[in-house]
Design a protein around this ligand. Sequence first.
Ligand SMILES: C[S@@+](CC[C@H](N)C(=O)[O-])C[C@H]1O[C@@H](n2cnc3c(N)ncnc32)[C@H](O)[C@@H]1O
Length: 240
Amino acid sequence: MKASAVRLCLAGCVAAGSVVCGIQGQAPRDDGHDLTRLADKYGTDKGSTVHNYTEVYQYFFQPMRNDARKVFEIGVASGSSLFMFRDYFPKAVIYGIDIEDSHRLDSPRIKTFVADQANRKQLQQFVDAHGSDFDLILDDGGHTMEQQQVSFGYFFAHVKPGGYYVIEDVHTSLMVPGWGIDEDQKNTTLAMIENFVRTGTIVSKHMTAAEARYATDHIRYCNLLKGADLHSITCLLKKK
Ligand SMILES: C[S@@+](CC[C@H](N)C(=O)[O-])C[C@H]1O[C@@H](n2cnc3c(N)ncnc32)[C@H](O)[C@@H]1O
């Protein structure tokens, strides 16, 4: 495999109860809109400088590149990844929420909103303002167990059928102590995902029973993607 070939691997993968194969080879390149190139251009750590998630994301996102209308990221910071997605998805409006005010970044195709990703009332206010049916929702916010699982529980219902929900930096589940990990470590996001891969059921103390049931019933498949350094982990879930 060439140096530029995919440096992420599928660590775990389940589709309707059955294991599906991993990915090998090079991510598709499309007319200069390579996702990693855009990540590096704008300086998000999703690109080749740190996590290298974008090389694998491109496998999944490239087929929907020209159709996606609503892409939404939790965690805006300086806006690097919002700019990356704006350039990659030519017809999509890119939404971002952050606990900090990011309105300076607003433009016709970028809409930001102030919200705490662990506060369902504020998440509802975002949905009231900007609607539902997102092609892609990606969580790159605070990365605590509660934040990741409350956001997933709340927002998975707002991904459109066939769309994706991504939880980035799942490796915080391994960074004990901290990140809201309980002493017995049973509440980690990684444990939740691994349990789903084993049993087909989402169990989370941070979700309501209805949210966990909805996620269980609507996940088509789930990929745990590990970086080449085996440190960075992102989780990509496809909705039925
Ligand atoms: C890693 S940065 C986002 C980087 C950006 N996605 C990129 O790739 O360029 C994480 C962001 O999450 C935000 N954040 C932290 N806790 C949050 C919370 N509870 N709710 C919403 N955003 C939060 C921080 O303010 C910070 O801007």
